[in-house]
Write a protein that binds this ligand. Structure first.
Ligand code: NG6
Ligand code: CA
Length: 512
């Protein structure tokens, strides 16, 4: 449909403006932007019902675009969700797609087809700004020379990233494989096993901390914040946490300005509201909910500022913006930062059960919005869609002739608000466990382990018995109906086994 539209647009342009140089049809392809937040819950935005926090810019996208009530990340943690987003492959097919340390090697095989690689083969300028967390190098990274392979080797022409998470070392920005502002005389060393002699740690030097750790996060101290992992050197390259939002925003804007001559794809992977929550001074106290709320307000502001750039550059009518989150919410994720104490009446889960790390709905049912000025009619959809579908769906928008094979579905009609049909079924993942969704039902197989992860106070979805929920009647998963529907349960188990079966037939690169 859109390809047809693009074709018509192009032929009109060439007829009407026949005295002017004919535009390259490629420039008519839509720009594509994925704004990806970190740990933002379904209920954290006004558009999904939040009343205790203001997110006007994200709400604008929702109110003027299509808002999905059943939009899912593939997983309830970061690395696997990002893997699925970029490859269209179920992350449980890759054993290494788990929460990674900052020293982990790249987990995307550089020979497979990814969304940015495919787009780049179609003439797109492709860029990532923000959180990566998919590993770098081949093991034993030397942070003081070119760090490769990384985002640039799996399809991004431009990358300006943090390696893992805001709470993990190395706490530096990396641009196209090089640590930014690194002083060669003060080389960076990183270890996730042992401290470097003489370096203070959160555990032994509480007097140096401006933020206290609750669980984990007691190793190297950077900017008064204790982190996961040990780091030595790289003083001039270390980021200032409070400036990170402004920093990535400026890089995202720069990418747009520098790449607008061609169609572009930007993966803008914000760090908020993941821990440590470090709002800029301008946002401190703005939400009344403590730093977690403040960084959500900050992230929303970033969305607004970024949109202004698209307006100024006259790109709105030709740009598809997808806004979503890598996994559901968590309050205490390892630091004392008042997230629990100041939550008041705010419900980040939006009435769902569980949260980050959980197989219950709040783990993966996340904010999911598509906006394209003039192209998408404002709408709300209850159809099932997953981030794993974005690769195929975007590919179908760009070219209806593609033969991409992965675990995603082409749902581009749905993305454009055209009353398309969503998925019938989906496997979701949480810390290497999986569950099966079918229509309005979700089946969670029995898993050993604690029912509640005590440190974060989240129900994980572990149970001795099969659980089955009818989300249409029971969206907060209060009533296990596995015993009431034994035949249906059997059917779901058998389908689930089939989907989880042998992996086969994944795309090796087909373009270039
Ligand atoms: C956990 C961290 C948590 C967070 C998470 C990754 C501890 C005790 N907890 O291991 O704070 O960093 O990993 O989050 O270290 S994610 O959103 O990137 O998946
Ligand atoms: Ca996350």
């Amino acid at each position: 449909m859109t390809s047809l539209l693009l074709l018509i647009l192009y032929s009109c342009t060439s007829q009407v403006k026949n005295k002017e140089p004919i535009e390259n049809p490629v420039t008519k392809l839509p720009n594509i932007i994925i704004i990806y937040t970190d740990d933002l819950g379904y209920g954290d935005i006004g558009a999904n019902g939040a009343t205790e926090i203001n997110t006007p810019n994200i709400d604008f996208l929702a109110q003027n675009g299509i808002r999905f009530t059943k939009g899912y990340s593939s997983s309830a943690t970061c690395t696997p969700s990002r893997y699925a987003l970029l490859t269209g492959i179920y992350p449980w097919k890759n054993k290494r797609a788990k929460i990674l340390p900052g020293t982990a090697p790249l987990i995307i095989d550089t020979s497979i087809l990814t969304l940015p690689k495919w787009l780049s083969g179609r003439g797109y300028n492709t860029g990532i700004v923000g959180k990566w967390h998919l590993g770098l190098g081949n093991g034993n990274v030397n942070w003081n020379s070119k760090i490769t392979p990384g985002p640039n080797e799996v399809g991004f022409n431009y990358s300006h990233i943090m390696a893992a998470t805001q709470d993990r070392v190395p706490t530096v920005y990396i641009e196209n494989g090089y640590v930014v502002n690194l002083d060669k005389n003060d080389p960076i060393e990183i270890s996730y096993r042992e401290n470097f002699e003489g370096e203070p740690t959160g555990k032994d030097n509480p007097e140096l901390l401006k933020m206290k750790w609750h669980h984990g996060h007691n190793m190297s101290i950077v900017n008064g914040i204790p982190r996961i992992g040990f780091m030595k050197g790289g003083e001039s390259a270390k980021w200032k946490d409070e400036d990170m939002a402004d920093y990535f925003l400026s890089k995202a804007k720069e990418f747009v300005k520098n790449n607008k001559q061609n169609p572009f794809f930007l993966y803008y992977a914000m760090q908020q509201p993941h821990v440590p929550r470090t709002p800029h001074e301008r946002f401190k106290g703005k939400s009344g909910l403590g730093p977690r709320g403040d960084v959500i307000v900050e992230a929303d502001w970033c969305v607004g500022e970024f949109m202004k750039t698209l307006e100024e550059e006259n790109l709105m009518e030709n740009t598809l913006i997808i806004f979503t989150s890598d996994n559901g919410p968590v309050l205490n994720d390892g630091y004392y930062d008042d997230a629990v104490e100041k939550i008041g009446n705010h419900d980040p889960k939006g009435g769902l059960r569980g949260g980050k790390y959980s197989l219950f709905e709040a783990g993966t049912n996340v904010p999911f919005i598509c906006y394209w000025k003039g192209e998408i009619k404002p709408n709300v959809s209850d159809e099932l869609i997953c981030q794993i579908d974005l690769f195929k769906s975007i590919a179908a928008l760009v070219s209806d002739k593609n033969s991409i094979k992965n675990d995603g579905k082409d749902l581009h009609d749905l993305l454009l608000g055209n009353n398309g049909k969503g998925r019938n079924s989906l496997v979701i993942e949480a810390t290497s466990r999986t569950a099966y969704k079918k229509d309005n039902f979700v089946m969670i197989p029995p898993y050993k382990g604690q029912a509640i992860a005590k440190a974060v106070n989240i129900e994980l979805g572990n149970s001795k018995n099969y659980m089955l929920f009818d989300l249409a009647k029971d969206p907060s998963q209060q009533k296990n109906i596995a015993d009431e529907k034994p035949d249906f349960l059997k059917e779901l188990i058998s389908e689930f086994k089939q989907v989880r079966g042998e992996h086969s037939n994944y795309n090796k690169i087909e373009l270039k």
